[in-house]
Design a protein around this ligand. Structure first.
Ligand SMILES: NC(=O)c1ccc[n+]([C@@H]2O[C@H](COP(=O)([O-])OP(=O)(O)OC[C@H]3O[C@@H](n4cnc5c(N)ncnc54)[C@H](OP(=O)(O)O)[C@@H]3O)[C@@H](O)[C@H]2O)c1
Length: 327
């Protein structure tokens, strides 16, 4: 099902959707849900230690994708900042986790015993792996997973600018299903979004694009378009061969030819862009390499397979990060 044309009645104005992680994607989704009239709040980094009242309100600015770049295009809005205390989190029916893949478990772990047993969790990050670590911790709660190709840039703490449109795919992973009303509201609020019956193959497909493009652009300090050069084709082919083989052993059949086409289409369409891993390395930040090529290596190990090219990407990025990350 792709999107919804008709606004749905919003049943309650009590904040029943919380977004964990008030970064670029968190603020984008927050804006989209808030504009659709949904009762959404943000859980920011310092919610557990700050002296927030039960509800503080935060002013945010969202700049849509616009050719004119006019300041007047920006939209100001305000949403509740939720404190991470039990009384406050009990009303949350859906927690959308928008932190980096390597932050998921540390971010959600301390909240789990404060959320209601019915609260559904949706992970929305690049890379794979946290879902496997989180599933045994859920205590009967439902878990959905998603991936988005929307682009968003954080301009200051509470200001983001949309840099690209793209498909958002959501789907069920384990436990009770996301209630239909919440699912319909999400699809209505997030442009170009769809609910897929099998989300894991979609995540592998997105992983293929990230595994092929991210480490190479970071290592060679180049924009995505440079990867169209013939010198990279063997490495990209090998990354994809290993990924398809490992996924097959995980029970996921991927079309190798389709994946390669998709990778080169993204390289062409985003030729001038710098990948998130390139930017993370350039800005001395941790990368998501462990959840991208590292996930392929982890699953390869689980099946006693070799994933030598992906392992090479992981160690090369870690070496680069060891040089660039502040100690
Ligand atoms: N940006 C994009 O265009 C884009 C597009 C598609 C997918 N993605 C993916 O979406 C995910 C999120 O990316 P992003 O760009 O939104 O990253 P981001 O801007 O770094 O946002 C993550 C936010 O989560 C916060 N956070 C981390 N740990 C937390 C905790 N324990 N409690 C509360 N908040 C916590 C971070 O705070 P600190 O800054 O203090 O750590 C940060 O504000 C990544 O997997 C990324 O690859 C991004």
């Amino acid at each position: 099902m792709l999107g919804q044309d008709v606004p749905l009645a919003i049943e309650s104005q009590a904040t029943n959707i919380a977004i964990l992680g008030a970064g670029a994607v968190g603020q984008l989704i927050c804006h989209q849900l808030s504009s659709a009239g949904l009762a959404v709040g943000l859980i920011a980094r310092d919610s557990s230690v700050s002296n927030l009242e039960a509800t503080d309100w935060q002013d945010l600015v969202f700049s849509p994708l616009s050719p004119s770049d006019a300041v007047t295009d920006s939209v100001s809005y305000r949403v509740p900042l939720l404190s991470a205390d039990k009384a406050h989190l009990q009303q949350v029916q859906l927690l959308i986790v928008c932190v980096k893949a390597y932050q998921v478990i540390d971010a959600i772990g301390p909240l789990l015993n404060k959320l209601s047993p019915q609260c559904h969790i949706l992970l929305l990050h690049n890379g794979m792996g946290p879902h496997l670590a989180l599933a045994p911790m859920l205590n009967g709660r439902g878990l959905s997973l998603g991936t988005t190709s929307q682009g968003i840039l954080r301009q200051s703490c509470w200001q983001v600018k949309q840099t690209g449109q793209g498909l958002t795919q959501l789907g069920h992973f384990t436990g009770p299903a996301l209630p239909q009303t919440l699912r319909d509201n999400l699809l209505y609020a997030i442009p170009n979004s769809e609910w897929v019956e099998a989300i894991i193959p979609c995540l592998w497909q997105k992983l293929a694009v990230n595994a092929a493009i991210n480490p190479l652009t970071a290592l060679h300090q180049c924009p995505n378009g440079a990867l169209a050069q013939a010198e990279f084709s063997d490495t990209i082919a090998s990354i994809l061969d290993e990924l398809v083989d490992v996924a097959a052993h995980d029970g996921i059949e991927l079309d190798r030819h389709f994946l390669e086409e998709r990778v080169y289409r993204v390289i062409e369409l985003t030729a001038a862009n710098f990948s998130s891993m390139h930017q993370d390395v350039a800005n001395y930040r941790l990368t998501e390499i462990d959840q991208i090529n590292g996930y392929i290596c982890d699953r390869a190990n689980a099946h006693s397979l070799s994933a030598a090219t992906n392992a090479k990407m992981v160690s090369a990025i870690k070496q680069l990060s060891a040089i660039t990350l502040p100690r």
